[in-house]
Write a protein that binds this ligand. Structure first.
Ligand code: HAM
Length: 454
């Protein structure tokens, strides 16, 4: 017996057989039984974004490495350990060798595009959304992948467009609550914080550095380094043993300027007015360096285990300047689409269990079964006509026995249309509706209406 990885084995073609190639660790295929839910989620998101005046932006999947180093921050986990980066060789005299990176997030790319296309010069507030894959070399587990999808949005513009107003923050958060409700996500929780402006952050970083100095030796090596270079990052460390020290560190709320405090109070007041629930979490500093003032995450308990952050975001008032652009305050978020899907699947399973039924699969309107090989061509022609009428239809094969056609049809469609010599001659089809078991003769002209009826 030869195994597929038997080096000596020869295939019929004469070439040595090799092991089957698998998807790369942390990446997945989304198969047709899953993609309808992905498409529904994206359609609902697009519809909600349209109602709030957002337009779609599509930026490249790879960018100059420097964009993320400057935008997201050298000391963040994302930039220091998780990026897929390569040195791109020059292939022509007109090209330069450069370091490129698969985007680990999209905010930096969107702000780069905002600067590059001088979108601020219109004077108008820009409301942009995106849906697409992101790449981070993380340890894969349920809800955490190396290629994952985000549905995100950014609101950015010159100060005169009102981009800095707390109303914008509250509107983005209120929109998210509407989107999650319309998607049917239950039990979400909004965690909210303010990390202050650049000066508040500098003061707070100093206080953290001071508080960390005497206990530094007790921290894990990563946190020891961060305590020196970027102490704020110690706060989002997941190291178990360091949590006690982290819990005792000063809180950002005590270092906010009057202005930042007031901005945050107005965000909360607007959320209160809209009836959107939130929980202030003073530890929520987020893992990216560009954040200023409002930061937030939406969490859910169902279906995600430890990866319970469904989405995250916040304000980034200095990011455009960090990337060489004009002053352009902004706020945005990104939903982890893979996680959103896991939550919806888990909730659908719970609902089905409570109702004592298996989660229903969408079925086609009809299955056209040719009775004998001679009916294959007329069956395909009938299916073509029905599909052009907007119906979803599958066609069988005249070589199948009647029993087999019925078995397949019952699995994939709500009705079977039998097409024998008589039916083709008379133009009257035999149709069986599976839900009721009813079998009827239907003239061709009425077939579409009959299959459509539920
Ligand atoms: P983030 O918190 O890094 O923020 O990612 C946002 C969401 O993406 C997370 O809450 C999570 O649901 C999902 N996510 C992150 N990493 C993974 C992964 N490895 N596998 C699956 N899902 C993942 C950002 O990316 C910011 N750009 C958000 C933003 C937009 N802030 C302002 N504007």
């Amino acid at each position: 017996m030869t195994s597929s990885n038997d080096k000596g084995a020869q295939q019929a073609s004469g070439r040595p057989s090799r092991g089957a190639i698998k998807a790369v660790r942390g990446t997945r295929d989304l198969l047709p039984d899953e993609t309808p839910l992905w498409n529904r989620v994206e359609a609902v998101a697009r519809a909600v974004f349209a109602r709030y005046g957002f337009g779609e932006i599509r930026t490249p999947v790879f960018e100059a490495t420097e964009l993320f180093a400057r935008g997201v921050g050298e000391e963040t986990d994302i930039v220091s350990k998780e990026m897929f980066t390569w040195e791109d060789r020059a292939r022509a005299a007109s090209e330069k060798a450069q370091s490129l990176t698969l985007r680990p997030e999209s905010t930096a790319g969107v702000v780069r595009a905002y600067i590059e296309h001088k979108m601020g010069e219109t004077g108008a507030l820009q409301k942009l959304y995106y849906i697409g894959p992101q790449f981070r070399r993380e340890r894969p587990q349920r809800g955490r992948y190396r290629q994952f999808w985000q549905i995100g949005a950014e609101v950015i513009g010159p100060t005169s467009s009102g981009a800095e107003s707390p109303v914008r923050d509250a509107e983005v958060l209120e929109m998210l609550s509407t989107l999650l409700d319309e998607l049917g996500v239950r039990g979400w929780r909004l965690e909210l914080n303010s990390v202050g402006n650049a000066e508040d952050r500098a003061l707070y970083n100093m206080a953290l550095r001071e508080a960390l100095a005497p206990v530094k030796d007790k921290l894990c090596p990563d946190n020891q380094r961060r305590a020196e270079t970027n102490p704020l990052r110690v706060l989002d460390s997941k190291d178990e043993q360091d949590q006690e020290i982290i819990n005792g560190l000063p809180k950002i709320a005590d270092y906010l300027s009057e202005e930042s405090r007031e901005h945050f109070a107005q965000v909360r007041a607007a959320l209160d007015a809209c009836g959107v629930d939130y929980h202030v979490n003073p530890r929520l500093v987020r893992g990216l360096d560009y954040y200023t003032r409002t930061t937030f995450e939406f969490t859910v308990q169902t279906g995600l285990g430890t990866q319970n952050a469904l989405l995250g975001g916040g304000r980034y008032d200095g990011l455009s300047e960090m990337l060489g652009g004009p002053k352009a305050p902004g706020i945005g978020f990104a939903i982890g689409e893979d996680r959103l899907i896991l939550v919806l699947q888990e909730q659908a399973k719970q609902d089905a269990e409570a109702a004592g039924a298996a989660p229903g699969e969408p079925k086609l309107d009809g299955y056209v079964a040719p009775l004998g090989a001679a009916q294959n061509a007329p069956a395909l022609a009938l299916a073509r006509a029905l599909r052009r009428e907007g119906l979803s239809v599958e066609v069988g094969d005249g070589a199948f026995k009647l029993r087999k056609s019925f078995d397949i049809a019952d699995k994939v469609a709500r009705a079977i249309v039998l097409l024998g010599e008589d039916e083709v001659a008379s133009g009257v089809m035999t149709v069986k509706m599976f839900a009721t078991g009813e079998q009827v003769k239907v003239p061709r002209a009425e077939l579409g209406g009959r299959l459509r009826a539920r």
